[in-house]
Design a binder for this molecule. Structure first.
Ligand code: PLP
Length: 713
């Protein structure tokens, strides 16, 4: 409490808990909590863009004084705080009633990125959102998780395009004081500083925390005095390209992250690694046990029995390999602490297919974790093939790698107007019980016209938002007219609108629809049945082929002969994602199989009644049922792209466009609304993070806990 008071000294006593609420991201997935900040902001603007910590710090004292005396505001405030307290209670949770007493165990969850809210730029893409949605769901279900990650103060890489469509990055420093995070303090009330003695020059970091409902996420910040400049930049941004910096980052994440938990006295029985970046946490757990007198063999068996590892991608760049020479520099003095010799240590991380390449983080994590999983059924198949050689004695289908298909956090991604419709037709408890398939059958009771009108409204809101961004760009930057014309100012609320937004990694094939520009023009510029496409996404700053794809899309957007029916929205982030998945008519996903391990943006779209047209890869193989969207193989080997593009054009021309424009006198396209309803019904229960987190708890945590209980402390 006191920490919040210090941060917001001017809040009147009667509403003093506003500070606590602003510092707990719980508000971000509770519309009624967002509403009280909206009431304070009071200017009618869309609240989504606000960060309540910033809001409270910048508000005039008189506004807060007035709120503290306003009976209507106080009624809302009291109701929200009562709900907040009820949801923080440990004993009224699914986990407590179904799995275990959360006080008896802690699960440490390590991830290099977290996508929680756009006020915290700690993510690059899907992996981060998966981790963010995971923590929110653990909070909702009462799963006793603590998160560990980095605070990337330069994580905001604002994307702007030059007039010729080249991505220019501008990084903006995070204002730590106005972000929804707090310093973790030591016994003397000073910021807790942790020292990681990994090389000649130790690295120091301060610890911050973000509160995600019941779950605490600890974040490391190396940008502090006491570090030399090279080390200061270690947590500046995600996925540094330089291998040595990257190795140090991963040492900090795994070893430094474990030290945070120790410093705070948080004893974790289970370790969950979200991707291999944090796998050194395994070593640190083993080292502690060896220090207490266990042999390496016993220590590693105990650690293995209580470790969960989730692998997220078959793309090679997602699997770090550090050359042995580099490893020697940092682990030379660490290896003896494990009571291992150099060769036995490196054997833990060797990939037998490429033994001289170095220490492979994925091979290491797979060997050292009793519970390994992929993020979709198809991904399991691909991963077993990729790593079968680690278990040469086992046939492929016995390789000990399981799968738990990803899911998305419904309260975060469903628009509040759509959920109001669900309240009306699915009953008031739909959200509490949303992984129950039967509730969703009631979607059929929603009158088509109501679902359609809600969707139309969200589409209009999205277009207004995109146009307002363009106006700001024109006003603030005096941007070139070409950039403005390409940024969505000509969007038409009546045209069938396709959304394509994700990281511009080459395998995602952002420019696939541009393969045959003449045919595409025919589809977009059809007088009676026009189609428009909204693109958004960033390329990694060192990925020139991704930047070339952006340029290709942007050039099409500014090409007059497309009639303003292609838009590129700059600076894709979580906020834009919200507007797009809720506002477009159709979500497009056309990566090159089998590289999309799961994909989650299509789930976000489908739960809002935005059907997707997707390659049969990742989650869509499980999700597509013939009624809830469209699918194509996309498996073209040679000439793959042009054949896949042909298939896309064909589905658009023959099925999607005609269905969309087949409307009754009231303007309602009943056939289309049928697909929207099927999308919601099939996706919301099965591809929710609720279903996913319950699977982790029942499949992995429960039995890892049994192993943990058998281990003498
Ligand atoms: C959901 C999400 C992603 C991941 O999308 P994919 O389709 O899985 O690539 C990336 N960025 C943002 C902002 C998201 O919300």
């Amino acid at each position: 409490m006191d920490a919040f008071k210090g941060k917001f000294p001017h809040i009147p006593e009667r509403i003093s808990r506003l500070g606590e609420l602003a510092c707990n991201l719980w508000w971000s997935w509770h519309p009624e909590a967002r509403a009280i900040f909206h009431m304070l902001a009071g200017n009618g603007s869309e609240f989504r863009t606000y960060n309540p910590v910033k809001l409270l710090r910048e508000l005039e004292g008189s506004v807060l004084e007035a709120a503290a005396k306003d009976s209507r505001f106080l009624r809302h405030y009291d109701a929200v705080m009562a709900r907040f307290d009820a949801e923080m209670d440990t004993y009224s949770s699914w986990f407590y009633s179904r799995v275990a007493d959360p006080r008896m165990l802690q699960i440490a969850y390590f991830s290099a990125e977290y996508g929680l809210h756009h006020s915290l730029p700690f993510y690059a893409g899907g992996l981060g959102f998966l981790a963010g949605d995971f923590l929110k769901e653990c909070s909702d279900l009462g799963v006793p998780v603590v998160g560990v990650g980095f605070m990337y103060p330069e994580g905001y890489l604002h994307q702007k395009l030059s007039t010729d469509g080249w991505q220019l990055g501008e990084s903006e420093m995070l204002d730590r004081e106005k972000a929804p995070i707090c310093h973790v303090l030591d016994k003397n009330g000073q910021p807790l500083v942790i020292k990681v003695p990994i090389a000649e020059l130790p690295v120091y970091f301060e610890v911050w925390k973000a509160q995600v409902g019941r779950v605490t996420l600890y974040l490391m910040d190396t940008d502090i005095e006491g570090n030399d400049p090279w080390n200061r930049g270690m947590s500046a941004r995600l996925y540094i390209g330089d291998p040595e910096q990257r190795l140090v980052q991963e040492i900090l994440l795994g070893i430094g992250g474990t030290q945070i938990l120790n410093a705070l006295g948080i004893k974790h029985s289970i370790l969950h690694l979200n991707e291999g970046h944090s796998a050194f946490a395994i070593l640190e757990r083993i080292r502690e046990k060896v220090e207490k007198g266990l042999s390496f063999r016993d220590a590693s068996e105990q650690v293995k029995a209580t470790t969960v590892f989730t692998t997220h991608t078959p793309v090679p760049a997602g699997h770090d390999v550090f050359p042995f020479g580099l490893m020697d520099k940092y682990f030379g003095s660490y290896i003896p602490l494990l009571e291992l010799d150099r060769d036995s240590f490196y054997a833990l991380g060797v990939n037998p297919k490429d033994p001289t390449a170095g220490f492979n983080m994925t091979a290491f994590a797979l060997r050292m974790s009793a519970y390994c999983n992929c993020v979709s059924k198809k991904h399991e198949e691909v991963t077993r093939k990729m790593w079968q050689h680690l278990w040469p004695e086992l046939p492929e289908d016995k390789v000990p790698i399981d799968y738990i298909t990803n899911g998305v956090h419904l309260p975060t991604w469903i628009d509040s107007r759509t959920s109001a419709l669900f309240n009306k037709y699915l009953g008031p408890n739909w959200l509490d019980d949303h992984d129950n398939q039967s509730i969703w059958q009631l979607v059929d009771d929603i009158p088509d016209i109501e679902l359609w009108r809600t969707h139309r409204l969200l589409k209009m809101i999205m277009i207004a938002y995109i146009q307002e961004r363009a106006r700001q760009r024109w006003l603030d930057d005096h941007a070139d007219p070409n950039i403005i014309m390409a940024s969505g100012v000509m969007l038409d609320p009546n045209a069938l609108t396709i959304g394509f937004a994700r990281r511009f990694a080459t395998y995602k094939r952002a420019a696939l629809l541009l393969q045959d520009t003449e045919r595409l023009k025919g589809i977009l510029n059809n007088q009676n049945k026009p189609v428009q496409i909204i693109f958004a996404g960033k390329a990694h700053p060192s990925d020139n082929s991704g930047k070339l794809l952006i340029q290709q899309v942007f050039n099409a957007a500014k090409d007059q002969s497309f009639g303003g029916r292609i838009a590129f929205v700059e600076d894709y982030d979580e906020e834009i994602a919200q507007y797009l998945v809720q506002g477009v008519d159709l979500w497009l996903n056309n990566p090159l199989p089998p590289f999309e391990a799961s994909g989650t943006s299509g789930m976000k779209a489908e739960i809002n009644g935005t059907p997707q047209l997707s390659v049969l890869d990742g989650w869509w193989i499980e999700g597509f049922n013939g009624k809830n969207g469209w699918a194509f193989d996309g498996n073209g080997s040679d000439n793959g792209d042009s054949r896949d593009a042909e298939e896309l054009y064909g589905i658009l021309e023959k099925e999607i466009v005609p269905l969309y424009y087949e409307k009754d006198e009231a303007g309602v396209p009943h056939g289309w609304v049928r697909v929207m309803k099927e999308s919601i019904k099939s996706t919301a229960p099965a591809f929710s993070s609720r279903r996913m987190v319950k699977e982790y708890a029942l499949k992995f945590y429960q039995s890892a806990l049994r192993s943990a209980n058998g281990i003498k402390p």
